[in-house]
Design a protein around this ligand. Structure first.
Ligand SMILES: [Zn+2]
Length: 63
C-alpha cells in the first residue's frame, strides 16, 4: 500500500506529499482501514470525524 493520509484531517492523499485540504505536509502511510465518504452531510461518522468533503479517509492512523 503506497497511499498516504494527512495526520491532521485523515484524507487519503493519492498524489503529492501535501494534504489538498489543510495543506499540511504531516502525512503517514501507516493506515489501517478506510472510510469512503459518499454523502458527508447525511453521515454520522462524518460528524464525529469532522469530515466536510466527499472523499476517502483513513479510519485509523497508526503513527
Ligand atoms: Zn489535512
Amino acid at each position: 500500500m503506497d497511499e498516504t493520509a494527512c495526520k491532521n484531517c485523515r484524507i487519503i492523499i493519492k498524489s503529492g506529499n501535501r494534504c489538498p485540504i489543510c495543506g499540511s505536509a504531516d502525512i503517514t502511510n501507516k493506515i489501517s482501514g478506510y472510510i469512503i465518504m459518499l454523502d458527508y452531510e447525511k453521515s454520522e461518522i462524518a460528524k464525529k470525524l469532522n469530515i466536510n468533503i466527499n472523499s476517502t479517509f483513513a479510519l485509523n492512523i497508526k503513527g
